[in-house]
Design a binder for this molecule. Sequence first.
Ligand SMILES: O=C(O)CCC(=O)C(=O)O
Ligand SMILES: [Fe+2]
Length: 362
Amino acid sequence: MDDQARLIDVSNFEEITHFVIGEGHGVKGLSETGIKGLPKQYIQPPSERTANIKKAEPQESIPVVDLSMWDDPTVGKLICDAAEKWGFFQVINHGVAMEVLEGVKEATHRFFGLPPEEKRKYFKEHSASNHVRLSTSFIPEAESALEWKDYLSLFYVSEEEALALWPAVCRDQLLDYMKKCEVIIKPLVQVLMNGLDIKNIDNQMESLLTGSKRINLNYYPKCPKPELTVGVGRHSDVSTFTILLQDEVGGLYVRGLDGESWIHVPPIDGALVINIGDALQIMSNGRYKSIEHRVVANGNDDRISIPLFVNPKPSDLIGPLEEVMVKSGEKAKYKQVVYSDYVLHFYRKAHHGKDTLEFARV
Ligand SMILES: O=C(O)CCC(=O)C(=O)O
Ligand SMILES: [Fe+2]
């Protein structure tokens, strides 16, 4: 380890980029060299550094909803209230077995444990398909300061394609997990739509809300100077909703109800975190909120998380749902946009809070 540490010059921008991206080591590899300083491209402006996080009182936290009785109207109410106020909640007794969750976490560690020559094949420059992409930071080409994170992003088209393209060390566990998550996705759609007074969810509506899926494997290696950088910068997700599995390390913060403070999402063994994304904020004309969140870098531990983004289809036109507009009599806050245009807009710039939504604002 020491040998490698001597080889890496923290102040040499090109050398770092070549090591991280060119050779496929990622920031995980950089962290494992034992570097002591933070390369300058990872230094965030003071306003974004998480050491400045003004934390809320610990007793205020996002709701935890027990899903053992989906049909109980109080469960539905808790979920819809959380979606309106917090945009974030955790679920327990959700019906996805502990072994399945463990399998996904192990698969994530197996993928990131591959030698760099193997992982390199999945970087943009080499990947056989843009449905399978390993990246570092968020979108390094567009960022003036990088995030301390590597991630594999897998767009789901069909089981057949996934079996052919997704890395063999993780694909079976991920596909199994995605299938098992249907026990959450279907009733969640039902409950959220009920909350908007939409009772009849036909195939077209179901497809508009859940027609495509993306699963990411996030790896946040231990960081030499965590107070100067971030794991993920503030953003909201572009999904309908996201189901997030995190490990026991912690570090995810969501914007508090006052719009200023940051609230930690404590890891709960066996729980899943659910958050509303921009697509549902748009479709509900702002009733359900996609809330800003961020991940701190950690000086002591590596962390993983696995978000499953449940999305409209790329070709779908999204806008405030007609049923919502008719029932509420409100003016539309958002216009109709092609979902893939919205997503492309998100991927064109660095994470910056909820800015992406402006793209769809009337
Ligand atoms: O790692 C986390 O807890 C959250 C990650 C996240 O926000 C994302 O991938 O969109
Ligand atoms: Fe996110």
